[in-house]
Design a protein around this ligand. Structure first.
Ligand code: SAM
Length: 246
């Protein structure tokens, strides 16, 4: 199966391997640690604000909502959403990254959990008895999951929240647009060679998803989805997906 299975190791060591840094010590490092960069610089403030707006509006966040930030990273975005909802539960499987969240992006109504996202959902009702999230965000992270895993994620979300949920999966690499990303002969060749050699990490970008894969996973779980490509200002190779139970 074409799935890279060393993502936890990859993210645990990302800051060190890519930037030679052991720890986050500056604001910029927060962006570096979770690859929220463009041309190796932190994304610009207007882009950051736009992503937050899209999450807030896409999920129609309200003060009574309970939000799950699935693959929350170091809380860079999680923290900014804290005043829009009643509670946020974030999960990420990298201890290095969750430690940063607890150090720099703590708030009274945010709980950061160190766990694999799927394991977290499987145990949700035991860990958080009586808590019923109605909103879910997965920001720039679906690329690290397989089709089978997405099917399980949706099944578990339905088991936790019934049909009362909105789940926004942002920044999903769109297979139809991959040549916008591999836009030189050199890049294209590297992608094809890696694939031929059985390396499916795509240099850290993760899995390229087709719309059909997402639609089928949703159909299997009886949930709806709306898919649209991101605006060029954000990316010319990623799509956003809104999954709803109703
Ligand atoms: C590109 S970063 C995005 C982080 C955050 N959502 C943001 O937008 O800043 C991807 C994150 O996904 C996390 N991740 C990937 N696979 C995961 C899994 N199976 N369970 C939990 N976290 C995962 C990584 O540790 C990393 O923090």
């Amino acid at each position: 199966m074409e799935h890279f299975d060393k993502w936890q190791e990859y993210w645990d060591n990302y800051l060190l391997n890519k930037y030679g840094k052991q720890e986050v010590v500056s604001d910029a490092d927060l962006y570096f640690q979770v690859a929220r960069t463009i041309y190796k610089k932190p994304i610009e403030k207007p882009v950051f604000e736009r992503i937050l707006d899209e999450i807030t509006q896409g999920l129609a966040l309200k003060s009574m909502d309970i939000l799950v930030d699935f693959c929350c990273g170091n809380g860079l975005f999680t923290y900014e959403l804290k005043d829009k909802v009643s509670r946020i539960i974030g999960v990420d499987f990298s201890s290095h990254i969750i430690n940063t969240a607890n150090q720099f992006k703590k708030a009274d109504n945010i709980t950061y959990c160190l766990n694999d996202g799927i394991e977290f959902l499987r145990n949700f009702n035991t860990t958080f008895p009586g808590v019923r999230p109605n909103k879910y965000i997965n920001n720039d992270s679906l690329a690290y999951f397989s089709v089978e895993q997405l099917e399980e994620i949706l099944k578990l979300v339905v088991a936790i929240s019934g049909d009362n949920f909105h789940f926004l999966l942002r920044g999903v690499p769109n297979a139809d647009l991959m040549w916008n990303y591999y836009n030189t002969d050199e890049r294209k060749q590297k992608y094809l060679t890696d694939k031929a050699n059985g390396d499916f990490s795509n240099d850290g970008l993760g899995k390229w998803w087709t719309r059909e894969e997402v639609e089928n996973a949703c159909a299997k779980n009886g949930v709806k989805c709306m898919i649209h490509d991101q605006d060029a200002e954000l990316s010319n190779y990623r799509m956003d997906i809104l999954v709803t139970g109703q």
